[in-house]
Design a protein around this ligand. Structure first.
Ligand SMILES: C[S@@+](CC[C@H](N)C(=O)[O-])C[C@H]1O[C@@H](n2cnc3c(N)ncnc32)[C@H](O)[C@@H]1O
Length: 449
């Protein structure tokens, strides 16, 4: 099978049965050999239709007699694919979008409904020719933004509680973009200049990222990342610029004992080892063995020796008797800062899952803080923008642990570019053009203090 729209439809069918969008897409891609432009189209159609699901459903509700959720599931997916192309894929001529969607309907059990599919799509085209926004939107700002930008109301509300309407809309737009890829250069093997030159020779454009000293952002499409120069040599890792800031905030020093309590797959552990010149003792703890295997592979590729592995639940590690000068808790979270990287994440998380995560995070920080020596440092980080998982966890922790205090960043660039008056760092994607992140550094008082 080589028709990217049919393959996209099959992948969407898997997603609607519960598969993760990236898993369904990779499974579909593995079964076929497609030219690059068709692979790109397939990826765009699957991720786009999943991401824009609420907007596309609202259009079906508006244009059909039966609501989207009353349509047969497969027909709904076919309509999503057609409407997605008409609304968001300017490069695809409208006639091609309509004809291929009608064909999909015919070939997937809806030959009796091709007239309906054709009529609905053509009705959309007519509206779009007449009106700047063919979608009818409610007055209520939460619902309006949710339908227009395709987010659940509760996420819009979380953002509106922290940002004004214009910024919330900018953030929605940002989260609907195709994500960029950043590299973190390994200064123990190479230099940022050498990587820039090697990538340029391979025809890959890059640019530096302000206030993130070892980051290079890749511009345009790159093909398989493992084929880029320097991967096998351990010159760089893929890591978003904002995740790189966490290592700088921790500020580990050569010779120290550092514990990474939720370490896998090791993006930050390996950064810590690089910052320490690979000298010292780094404990990478995580409860997921398969992810720790990835961490091991990454450390080997980067030629790092100082990392040791500890598998288990970091809330309960009775045999772990090491005490750290520094501890990183890069906690499991709802990922509201990286919704652009996971097309279906906005539909998977709920207020209840956020609530459960905040309990886990509170338990993790309270238990793992005991692994830190007096006078030592703990960095708590998440890639979410939900205050219950960030400010809330830290405020509760500080209220219950008077020997801990907020300890501002050491690096000037962190302080000036990202700090908040409260002392934590919050990266808002639409402001800083990188993944959303929250991070705070805390210090445990010395026994003598
Ligand atoms: C945000 S990810 C860590 C990413 C990692 N620090 C990096 O930069 O590559 C959170 C990790 O926490 C782990 N985790 C979740 N609950 C845990 C627990 N109770 N104890 C230890 N690890 C846990 C998950 O397996 C996952 O690998």
């Amino acid at each position: 099978m080589t028709n990217p729209r049919q393959i996209a439809f099959n992948a969407l069918r898997d997603v609607h049965k519960g598969a993760y969008a990236d898993v369904a897409l990779n499974r579909a891609l593995q079964k076929v050999t497609l030219p690059n432009h068709d692979r790109r189209l397939l990826t765009e159609l699957v991720y786009g239709s999943v991401r824009r699901q609420r907007t596309l459903d609202a259009l079906i509700d508006q244009l059909a007699t039966k609501k989207s959720h009353q349509q047969p599931k497969d027909l709904r997916s076919i309509l999503h694919l057609g409407l997605y192309q008409l609304r968001y894929q300017e490069r695809i001529p409208a006639s091609a979008a309509v004809n291929t969607t009608v064909q999909l309907a015919k070939e997937n059990g809806f030959s009796g409904l091709t007239g309906f599919v054709n009529g609905l799509l053509r009705q959309y085209i007519r509206l779009a020719e007449k009106l700047p926004e063919p979608l009818k939107l409610p007055e209520n700002p939460v619902e309006r933004l949710g339908i227009l930008h395709s987010f659940p109301d509760w996420i819009i509300q979380v953002w509106l509680d922290q940002l004004d309407l214009v910024e919330t809309e900018n953030l929605c737009d940002w989260m609907n973009q195709t994500p960029t890829i950043d590299l973190r250069i390994n200064p123990l093997r190479t230099s940022i200049e050498e990587v820039e030159t090697a990538l340029e020779s391979a025809g890959i454009l890059t640019r530096r990222v302000n206030n993130c000293p070892q980051a290079l952002r890749l511009i345009g499409s790159t093909g398989a990342i493992q084929n880029l120069p320097g991967f096998n040599e351990g010159w760089w890792s893929v890591q978003d610029a904002s995740a790189q800031l966490v290592g700088y905030l921790l500020h580990p020093q050569a010779g120290e004992v550092v514990i990474d309590a939720c370490a896998a797959p090791g993006g930050k552990t390996t950064h810590i080892a690089e910052l320490m010149g690979d000298e010292g003792e780094i404990w990478a703890c995580d409860r997921t063995a398969s992810r720790l295997r990835k961490l091991k592979e990454n450390a080997q590729r980067l030629h790092l020796q100082s990392i040791q592995i500890c598998t288990g639940d970091s809330r309960n590690l009775p045999q772990f008797n090491h005490r750290g000068d520094r501890l990183l808790l890069d906690a499991p979270c709802s990922g509201l800062g990286t919704l652009h990287r996971h097309a279906d994440a906005r539909w998977r998380q709920t207020l209840e899952s956020v609530q459960e995560l905040s309990i886990l995070q509170t338990e993790l920080i309270s238990q793992t803080s005991q692994f830190v020596k007096p006078g030592g440092v703990l960095v708590y980080a998440t890639c979410t923008l939900h205050p219950a998982e960030n400010e809330g966890v830290i405020s509760t922790f500080l209220a219950n642990h008077p020997q801990w205090q907020i300890y501002p960043p050491s690096a000037d660039f962190l302080d000036s570019a990202y700090s908040t008056p409260q002392g934590w760092l919050k990266v808002w994607p639409h402001r800083q053009n990188m993944d959303g992140f929250f991070m705070v550094r805390l210090r445990k008082t010395n026994d003598s203090e």
